[in-house]
Design a protein around this ligand. Structure first.
Ligand SMILES: Nc1ncnc2c1ncn2[C@@H]1O[C@H](COP(=O)(O)OP(=O)(O)OP(=O)(O)O)[C@@H](O)[C@H]1O
Ligand SMILES: [Mg+2]
Length: 361
């Protein structure tokens, strides 16, 4: 096989064929394998990268990624199959708040055929992916779970939507919402809410947050986190840059969660990466983005997020890292179409004015 892919060397004089040695094979998931190979003298990782497509054909794999491990050793990340060939339909919105379990929010499925769930209370989520990769579907899924809680005043939505698209459907059910002007106010307002919460918890003599009408879960959704903290307008980024790290580091214990979407991992966001307990890497445009989002070695262990085809059929597919074993898992978010979104807005529909009237603002 290596011979067919031009990855062997032939001795000029003796004609002896040298074949690269396979050091070990690891499988971290049902759909991928990592094959560690020692390069032959004179070979470069680049040669293997160029042969990746031929290798995939030869191995009858969907695709092969090449990772540099150390000088002379590379890892071939072989994705055997695509476990997700169909769109996943979201479950019904629960009718009652009582049955919603925010310690286990259903987001979609894993490649193991199990539910992909994540805790929301006291957690922050980072969703990275190129344009059209399906970042919104994760936001919609968590909001579907939260819809009855929003209606009942147990969850408040703070939404920052710099692009002004899609998420504007949420405007009627948001506690605070901003597109361009007012973004800093929403973020700083969120931080002030958290500080006020700290005082309330102290007065109540509580050390931990319990979700209630008096102390609702405040959820800050920031679409385009990069625009807000990184390459956006100066005055905007400075205000947000000051408040966001404080929110990320302190809000957890106070009933504040942040969900940030990101097209490209930037230097400004990545230092705060570890403050996000759930990080999702959907299709990205560069191999380097994968480890920036998921953590060191995750691409080598199988998270070929940069190799997810840029086609609508692949939207919502990505990787998360299973914390205990530090292995990447391929996941697919369920897809909320326009009517699913309209339904969640209808269920959540508690007008902002009512919140103000009852003095919960
Ligand atoms: N989970 C999913 N399953 C199947 N298709 C999906 C899924 N999520 C999104 N799509 C499809 O992909 C399209 C783009 O999704 P989405 O708007 O969420 O992208 P995005 O990552 O937010 O992009 P942008 O950065 O441009 O805002 C959707 O209009 C839909 O057709
Ligand atoms: Mg989007």
């Amino acid at each position: 096989m290596m011979e067919a892919c031009n990855l062997v060397t032939v001795h000029r004089v003796t004609g002896a064929i040298s074949v690269p040695r396979i050091i070990r094979v690891r499988s971290h998931s049902p759909s991928t394998e990592t094959v560690y190979v020692r390069l032959l003298l004179g070979q470069t990782p680049k040669q293997w990268e160029e042969a990746a497509e031929a290798l995939a054909v030869a191995l009858r794999a969907e695709r092969v990624g090449v990772e540099r491990v150390r000088p002379q050793v590379i890892a071939l990340v072989v994705q055997r199959s695509e476990p997700f060939t169909e769109v996943i339909v979201p479950p019904e919105i629960p009718a009652d708040s009582e049955v919603v379990d925010l310690s286990r929010v259903y987001l979609g499925e894993t490649e193991h055929g199990t539910d992909w769930c994540a805790p929301l209370i006291g957690q922050h989520w980072l969703i990275a992916g190129a344009t059209g990769s399906g970042k919104n579907s994760i936001v919609w899924m968590v909001l579907r779970a939260c819809a009855p809680l929003v209606r009942d005043g147990l969850v408040r939505l703070h939404v920052v939507n710099p692009k002004g698209t899609e998420l504007n459907a949420l405007r009627p059910v948001c506690y605070r919402y901003a597109e361009s002007d007012g973004i800093v106010e929403v973020i700083q307002g969120f931080w002030e809410t958290m500080q006020a919460r700290k005082r309330v918890l102290a007065e109540q003599g509580r050390r931990t947050f319990v979700m209630s009408r008096e102390t609702p879960l405040d959820l800050l959704v920031v679409d385009e986190l990069g625009a807000v903290t990184g390459y956006g307008d100066r005055s905007l980024t400075r205000g947000a840059q000051a408040a966001l790290p404080l929110i990320l580091s302190q809000a957890r214990a106070l009933g504040g969660s942040v969900i940030g979407a990101l097209q490209e991992p930037t230097k400004d966001v990545i230092p705060q990466r570890d403050l996000f307990s759930l990080r999702v890497c959907l299709r990205v445009t560069s191999a380097a983005h994968v480890d920036m989002v998921l953590g060191e070695d995750m691409r080598r262990r199988g998270a070929l997020a940069d190799e997810i085809p840029n086609v609508p059929e692949s939207a919502g597919i990505g990787f998360v890292v299973r914390e205990r074993s530090r292995t990447p898992v391929r996941v697919r978010a369920a897809y909320c179409d326009d009517s699913d979104v309209a339904e969640l807005v209808r269920v959540a529909g508690w007008p902002v004015s009512e919140l103000a009237r009852t003095g919960q603002g």
